[in-house]
Design a protein. Structure first.
Length: 482
């Protein structure tokens, strides 16, 4: 846990007297309060509510092999339903402030890699199959054993890398950092704003939001992140009403014509578990499922470790409490996402925003899950928060997670180099999985060249071998002709 978080907790008052709910979630035991958990639940929801817009946009814009498209309204309902149910289950069963929803990256794989090869039902069936296989890995204890085999300082590097990654997500979501089009003929891949300068009212909202958030954090104000999100949303609503704003991106801060909308559950159960085998063949299915499993497996691992570390919940050996239940629920979320045609659901790193507000238990998930449940009916109201108002929270949380870098022994190259690659590759490739893979491979290589290969846990050898396949998947597919 960062020093900033510890200080904030000391100033947040004495914990409440224990009740049945308190004891179940261990709220007092973990040094939290109902107020912190509620604030954290709201903060997590607002920083990941964009998925209600983005997931239908990604999946709904693609066509399957037969030219069919998924209905955006049904996709919104499925996305909100899976997020609500699985987030609550994680809170009650895993007792971690770890929210779940359709995974970004994974949904793009479904839309642009799976769907063109088969029907939507077949593609979602592969997601269900992937989730079932992950659950099997959990039941056998293999998934938990891999997490325990990772050296403590490499786990801390994962948390730091995620901190930089989540800050970059905030900058990109707000448009503060943009990709330079290839037509620019430049070797610089990203730039400030859309033209190399900061321009427009939305950018002003983001910049003021960042300043407000860090100012409140520096002042140790309770609810700093949530206050910033709400305040800047109000500011954005006013600006949008008075100024001529060309675009806000995915979410425009304007009061909706109607507050309540009717959910459409038409996509639930629309999947075929083994249909893909008849469409593309066994070898292709195996490679596709392998890619999905590896990405989901290590994305979740990094997220669980990073969020738990920031919340101060890791034990003396760097282990996550109740890890087996947490991983099983995460695997079940993938199954649920595929069964609802919402793509694979997974743990969200944006949960760190809730931790930044003081959430330490699964009680915060009841709040986050409840808000997603409300979104089934109040989607127009709950999606008025623009990314420019929510993204400052991700930048602030990135700072809080970055503070763990001090625990890494930078004068020991055998751990410092893998830690550096883990930290650097995550934001530079926009992938938690890639960062973990780079760190694993470097760690195994350095231990080997130093003649200390026996110190590497056999599970790390196995994981590193899988990452070699993962990074070399394209030439492997070419060799196999798939």
């Amino acid at each position: 846990m960062s020093e900033a978080q510890k200080t904030a907790e000391r100033q947040d008052g004495a914990p409440p007297a224990a009740t049945g709910v308190d004891r179940f979630f261990r709220i007092t035991e973990r040094g939290s309060t109902y107020a912190r958990e509620i604030r954290g639940g709201f903060a997590t929801f607002f920083t990941m509510a964009y998925i209600l817009v983005l997931n239908p946009l990604i999946l709904g814009s693609a066509k399957d092999k037969f030219g069919d498209q998924l209905d955006p309204v049904q996709l919104t309902t499925a996305t909100a339903l899976v997020a609500a149910v699985m987030t609550v289950i994680m809170g009650v069963g895993g007792n971690l402030p770890l929210a779940l929803a359709a995974g970004l990256g994974l949904n793009a794989v479904v839309a642009f890699q799976l769907a063109p090869l088969m029907s939507w039902d077949d593609a979602m069936g592969l997601i269900v199959l992937e989730g079932l296989l992950i659950c099997a890995l959990v039941v056998t204890g293999l998934r938990e054993a891999v997490m325990h085999a990772i050296p403590q300082q490499l786990k801390q590097a994962i948390s730091v890398g995620i901190g930089l990654f989540i800050a970059l997500i905030g900058f990109v979501d707000a448009g503060f950092v943009t990709r330079i089009p290839d037509a620019a003929n430049t070797t610089v891949p990203v730039q400030l704003g859309s033209t190399g300068t900061l321009a427009g009212w939305p950018m002003l909202v983001f910049c003021v939001g960042v300043l407000l958030t860090i100012g409140l954090l520096a002042r140790k104000v309770r609810g700093a992140i949530l206050i910033s999100i709400v305040t800047m949303t109000v500011v954005a609503l006013v600006i949008n009403a008075l100024a001529d704003v060309e675009t806000w991106g995915l979410t425009t801060p304007e009061w909706p014509d109607r507050i309540v909308d009717t959910p459409d559950f038409g996509l639930l159960g629309q999947f075929s578990l083994f249909g893909a085998f008849g469409q593309v063949g066994v070898v292709t299915v195996v490679l596709l499922v392998f890619t999905l499993i590896l990405s989901d497996f290590f994305d979740t691992m990094g997220t669980v470790v990073g969020v738990s570390a920031e919340a101060g919940l890791l034990d003396d050996d760097g282990k996550v409490p109740g890890l087996g239940k947490v991983l099983l629920i995460d695997g079940a979320a993938a199954v649920a996402g595929g069964a609802a045609s919402a793509s694979s659901a997974t743990s969200y790193i944006e949960s760190a925003a809730g931790v930044g507000e003081g959430a330490r238990t699964g009680f915060a998930n009841l709040v986050t899950g409840g808000l997603f449940a409300l979104a089934l009916f109040f989607t127009p109201l709950l999606t008025i928060v623009p990314l420019q108002a929510a993204a400052p929270a991700l930048v602030a949380v990135g700072f809080l997670m970055m503070t763990q870098v001090k625990h890494i022994e930078w004068d020991r190259y055998e751990i410092a180099i893998p830690a550096f690659l883990t930290i650097a590759v995550m934001p530079f490739t926009y992938s938690i999985t890639n960062g973990i893979g780079a760190g694993f491979l470097a760690y195994v290589l350095i231990k080997t060249v130093l003649g200390r290969a026996k110190e590497v846990h056999w599970l790390l050898w196995g994981a590193s071998a899988l990452f070699l396949v993962y990074f070399a998947i394209d030439p492997i597919e070419q060799l196999l002709g798939v």
